[in-house]
Design a protein around this ligand. Structure first.
Ligand SMILES: Cc1cc2nc3c(=O)[nH]c(=O)nc-3n(C[C@H](O)[C@H](O)[C@H](O)COP(=O)(O)OP(=O)(O)OC[C@H]3O[C@@H](n4cnc5c(N)ncnc54)[C@H](O)[C@@H]3O)c2cc1C
Length: 379
């Protein structure tokens, strides 16, 4: 398999680096400190075609494949993990769900607005008492004539307050029945739908994470995605793609931390030598480089399978599990290489360290990835 970047991937990389230098890098610390969700930035990213990467051109998207998508997310995450997370959640969760399971009418209504980032997307599966155990969800939808009425709370939702449109999974049948949940599109402004508490997080602070509250929220029956009872199964398929996103996010964070540490290790002198000349430091760099390469190959393999239309459940879980653990380990070692300076906000590695931890949690924890990998292996 040849994963040499294509001309399109090279162009994407250059566009993101040029754009990021002017519109992201200078503000990263300020957004992080103040937990600012920079909504206007996403409109600019939309103009660059980065908010509808996988959406076909007929719906206003860029019509690219998963290999290019991995390039987009990892290049943004090298500059700022939080912006990478928001772009990933918008593209692969909300937009991805409508793209995979929406009717032609739903695709025409939502995809052009999402691809241009005129509308920001949110995707709500998680609830206060059900994260890994999503089949136990309490948020319910019941049919009333030509409408569905949704009641309950979703939490930890990326763009839970600022999202203009949300895909929401709610119970329409029995608890723990995989066919007992359905997916709906809910637009901001619908009476009974509001944003709740915004989380004050360790990292990824410029990516808004908040509750979504549904209080007798009535939506037309036509807002269901696919058929009644398909919501959970659809969500698992959406997460297969989403896990490639988080693998790419992890890869970008790991590469950003590694590149900063590599440079610093050659510049910083102790005992009259660059610290890179000490084997204790150069071996850390060797481990980081090797593990990043392995994470990249797993991620590209999953992206390639997905682009070809293959079943990606195990490969995506492997890529997400390995790449996210590598991101945390690499960022940790990068702080170590920077010594005391790495512990300050004057250098980028403390932020990579804080941001990296989300990658082993969001869209299924490392433990859940291992359950998925083992279940597939034992089939
Ligand atoms: C920044 C951020 C953004 C997010 N964005 C979204 C979003 O946009 N939409 C959305 O729906 N959700 C979102 N989430 C939620 C995220 O997907 C969940 O946090 C995650 O799935 C874990 O669920 P939990 O937090 O409830 O942990 P829990 O499920 O309570 O898990 C706690 C611990 O128990 C372990 N555990 C649980 N079950 C098992 C098991 N069977 N075997 C072994 N170990 C187990 C877990 O691995 C973990 O270590 C986001 C979370 C964060 C932090």
């Amino acid at each position: 398999m040849n994963f040499e970047p294509t001309e399109t991937q090279r162009q994407i990389t250059q566009v993101i680096r040029d754009f990021g230098k002017i519109h992201i890098q200078p503000y990263v610390l300020e957004w992080d400190e103040n937990q600012t969700f920079p909504a206007p930035l996403f409109k600019q990213l939309g103009e660059l075609g980065l908010m509808g990467v996988l959406v076909p051109e007929q719906y206003g998207g860029s019509g690219l494949g998963y290999l290019e998508y991995v390039t987009v997310i990892s290049e943004i995450a090298k500059i700022c993990g939080a912006i990478g997370l928001s772009v990933a959640a918008h593209n692969s969760l909300c937009t991805g769900h409508i793209l995979q399971f929406g009717s032609e009418e739903q695709k025409q209504r939502y995809l052009p607005k999402l691809a241009s980032a005129e509308w920001i997307g949110a995707w709500g599966l998680t609830e206060p008492n059900t994260g890994s155990d999503a089949m136990n969800m309490k948020c319910v939808a019941h049919k009333d004539g030509d409408e569905w009425v949704i009641n309950g709370t979703k939490c930890w939702i990326t763009h839970g307050k600022s999202g203009d449109v949300a895909v929401v999974i709610a119970r329409t049948g029995n608890v723990r029945d995989s066919h007992g949940m359905s997916a709906f599109v809910v637009e901001r402004g619908t009476p009974g739908f509001s944003g709740g508490k915004k989380e004050n997080k360790l990292g990824m602070r410029a990516s808004e994470t908040a509750e979504m509250i549904f209080d007798n929220c009535r939506i037309p029956a036509a807002n269901m995605l696919g058929n009644e009872g398909e919501g959970f199964i659809q969500s698992m398929k959406v997460l297969d793609g989403g896990r490639i996103s988080i693998a790419a996010l992890s890869l970008g964070i790991a590469k950003g931390a590694y590149e900063a540490a590599l440079k610093y290790a050659q510049e910083r002198h102790q005992f009259d030598k660059p610290i890179a000349s000490f084997q204790g430091i150069s071996f850390k760099l060797a481990d980081m480089a090797t593990e990043i390469m392995a994470a990249e190959l797993l991620t590209m393999q999953a992206a390639d399978t997905k682009t070809r239309g293959g079943v990606v459940t195990q490969q995506a879980a492997m890529a997400k599990y390995y790449a996210s653990e590598v991101a945390v380990k690499t960022a940790n070692e990068a702080v170590q290489i920077f010594g005391g300076y790495g512990y300050t906000k004057d250098f980028p590695v403390e932020k990579f360290y804080r941001d990296s931890k989300l990658c082993t949690i969001g869209e299924g924890t490392s433990e859940i990835q291992k359950l998925v990998i083992a279940r597939e292996a034992l089939k």
